[in-house]
Ligand binder design. Structure first.
Ligand code: DC
Length: 233
């Protein structure tokens, strides 16, 4: 086994299981896992709590003024065996996954200054390598030199169904149609925004998991990591 550590970038559409793959890879190789979407969600929660969003429009000036006050951290939670997201010292891991945050995150993530600030933090987190980060611009902007990049996707209907199952399992009252609408809207905003739109890095490996089980996906990505580490066995 080699001690050589790499950076693994995982990008793709919303709700296609990027975080699940990233988390499993991090556990398998003893790497740090960072969910960069959680950071944009935490900023969105700040925006909502401070009434900086009116009719879907962010009060940019106020937000930029407050940006230096927004402290986002990840702290390991042994119970969940994964990191929780903290906003100014408060654990917001559950709240940032709720629909009101999902419905408002895209316009916040489209603000260039918000992205610059998050990207700076993300680069810092990856400076010692041994990291798996998932998001939309990880292989293109955050770690363009990552040794291994994946681009994950699945059909919108399948992604909506997966998110629906996840939310209803948590007891949230949501409709499948509402979720599908949110998935399609986020795809559109994420892919067409001016600042770092979602796109596949030229050197990313594509994983369309519409018809794959979790085990099949994991087997495939683990094989790719081992090959990259020069340890294909
Ligand atoms: O992966 P997610 O659904 O939790 O991401 C939440 C939002 O944040 C999503 O609408 C896109 C945005 N995002 C982004 O713009 N860049 C990233 N690196 C990660 C997420």
């Amino acid at each position: 086994m080699t001690n050589h550590k790499i950076v693994i970038a995982i990008d793709g559409h919303s709700s296609c299981g990027k975080s699940t793959i990233a988390k499993a890879l991090a556990t398998r190789f003893g790497y740090v896992f960072i969910d960069s979407g959680a950071m944009y969600r935490a900023v969105t929660l700040f925006v909502l709590r401070h009434n900086l969003m009116v009719d879907g429009e962010v009060n940019r000036e106020e937000l930029l003024h407050s940006l230096p006050e927004i402290k986002i951290e990840f702290r390991y939670n042994p119970e969940r065996q994964s990191s929780d997201t903290y906003l100014n010292g408060e654990n917001v891991e559950d709240e940032i996954r709720q629909l009101h945050v999902s419905q408002n995150v895209s316009p916040v993530a489209a603000i260039p200054e918000v992205r610059e600030s998050m990207v700076r933090l993300q680069k810092e987190m990856g400076k010692n390598k041994g990291i798996v980060m998932d998001g939309r611009d990880i292989g293109t902007v955050v770690f363009p030199d990552a040794e291994l990049k994946f681009f994950v996707t699945a059909s919108a209907e399948i992604r909506a169904r997966r998110r629906f199952d996840e939310q209803t399992a948590k007891g949230e009252m949501v409709s499948l149609a509402e979720i599908l609408e949110n998935v399609l809207e986020r795809d559109h905003i994420d892919s067409t925004r001016e600042a770092s739109p979602l796109r596949k890095a030229g050197d990313a490996l594509v994983l369309d998991n519409s018809n794959m089980t979790r085990e099949e996906q994991l087997e495939w990505v683990i094989k790719k990591v081992k090959e990259t580490l020069g340890n294909p066995e």
